[in-house]
Design a binder for this molecule. Sequence first.
Ligand code: ZN
Length: 223
Amino acid sequence: MSSETQLREEIAKHGKSLFDRGLTSGSTGNISVRTEDGWLMTPTGSSLGDLDPARISKLDADCRLVSGDPPTKEAFLHRAIYSERPKARAVVHLHSTHSVAVSCLCGIDQNDVLPALTPYYVMRVGKLPLIPYHPPGEETLAIEVANKARDHRAVLLANHGPVVAGTDLASAVYSTEELEETAKLYLMLQGQKTRTLTCEQVTELERRFPAGDLHPFEKLPLG
Ligand code: ZN
């Protein structure tokens, strides 16, 4: 496992990359990583584009602040995911434009928001449930997120944004990017006849790359 210093630097590196590419703006978005004795989490009010590794919040196993700045006010979203996904080692939450846009659409399937447009989406994200709208910071949202996290690697908060788990930070970031790109494709294809993957093709992918926090896709040299 990476040292805490390496993990802090990784959080800052990925945060800056996400921010610089416009995947979350201002002080929105937050990142956490599970450590041997608790969590590292981005601080409240911080910009992902300008994180100081030394000031990242360190939380103990009971989520009490040990050192650094106070954690994001959305820490409860991260805790909800970790509580149900023991193999998850990182969680990324963004207010990424296309995913938020899709989360605002009327008539989407609440159990599986985005169609299976590409195999990479099926392998990295899988089924994406929509969590009904809650005002920012309302902790009842955590119960709904936890309920869905049991069987899903990612959830989409209505009128808000995605929350995505991974076996490590890079994996959580890449899955969040795959979700955002698929949301963008979905919006581009609105009003056009679209050929999605068939049920058989999705089932075959799920058989070869089972959902969960550890799946063989992570180890394959696929593009
Ligand atoms: Zn948020």
